[in-house]
Design a binder for this molecule. Structure first.
Ligand code: MN
Ligand code: MN
Ligand code: MN
Length: 293
């Protein structure tokens, strides 16, 4: 059965590994169904696809779209998208300009509190993309303004902090429309990470489903078995397929590739419901650690 990890980042957004290195690491850790889902860009897909073919990994081309809905930001994965879709490309180009404007404004606000050079500094980590908050956080850590990424966000970059800049991302319906136009499936990423009450999350999941969303991450990175069971139940009640992803950003940052627990028995895995995502990989994926669906 597939060892699926449907949520990973590369240097095309805020990940630390190039697309080819990510695929190689996934293969070495026993992942044979891998989605590359960079923030608001599909720039890493072509390289990942070539590396995946060589490594015997099935690549699911994806994207993690930033969405503004009801006054908050949520992340919607488009899985199985055609990166050449004009609708998707146009939408992502718009978000790139939102991201550029936000980066300039974040740098200006850091400048005002005495931290200069952050735009150039953050951009150096973001090549070829536009710097996001993670890149600014790295710049702040490496220049001694915060001891680690978590505190860089807390002190400077999160809502209420001095360099927080709100941005108008994609609308939920339009993000799902871009995904659909590109032949993909919309999946709500890491539902437990929005700091919502269970009731509010339930409402969001309903809105997401009614807008055409097809799945939700039941397993995302490190989480408690209790949370997994609760999310599995909500997926079942709302008729959403279950997905599973590490949200891998790099070695040593969060959960390692190939180490996710299986989805609960009663879930319908997205990759089984949507077999076009999981065209069988050629034999001889890299060996490595045991990993089950
Ligand atoms: Mn990220
Ligand atoms: Mn996310
Ligand atoms: Mn992510």
């Amino acid at each position: 059965m597939a060892c699926a990890d449907l949520h990973c980042h590369t240097t095309c957004s805020d990940g630390l590994l190039s697309p080819a290195d990510l695929v190689a690491r996934a293969a070495a850790h026993g992942v044979d169904l891998l989605a590359v889902t960079d923030h608001d860009t599909t720039a890493g897909i072509a390289e990942a696809r070539r590396a995946a073919a060589a490594a015997g990994v099935t690549l699911v081309p994806g994207v993690e779209i930033s969405v503004s809905v009801a006054g908050r930001v949520v992340h919607v994965l488009g899985l199985g998208v055609d990166p050449d879709s004009p609708d998707l490309a146009r939408g992502l180009a718009r978000l790139e300009s939102v991201r550029e404007g936000r980066a300039g404004e974040m740098a200006a606000r850091l400048e005002r509190i005495g931290i200069g050079g952050s735009l150039e500094g953050a951009a150096a980590y973001a090549r070829p993309g536009v710097p996001g908050r993670g890149h600014f956080a790295r710049y702040l850590v490496e220049n001694g303004h915060a001891p680690d990424m978590k505190r860089a966000f807390k002190r400077f970059l999160q809502r209420g902090a001095p360099a927080w800049v709100s941005a108008e991302w994609a609308g939920l319906e339009e993000a799902l429309a871009w995904i659909r136009a590109a032949g993909g499936r919309g999946v709500l990423a890491h539902p437990a990470r929005y700091g919502m009450t269970r009731t509010a999350l339930r409402r969001l999941l309903g809105v997401f489903r009614d807008a055409g969303g097809e799945g939700m991450e039941v397993i995302s990175g490190n989480q408690t078995p209790d949370l997994t069971r609760d999310l599995a139940r909500q997926a079942g009640e709302l008729d959403l397929y279950a997905s599973r992803g590490s949200d891998f950003h790099g070695p040593g940052a969060g959960v390692e590739l190939g180490r996710l627990p299986p989805l609960p028995q009663d879930c319908i895995p997205l990759w089984q419901a949507c077999p076009e995502l999981a065209v069988p990989a050629p034999a001889a994926a890299g060996g490595g650690w045991p990993c089950s669906t």
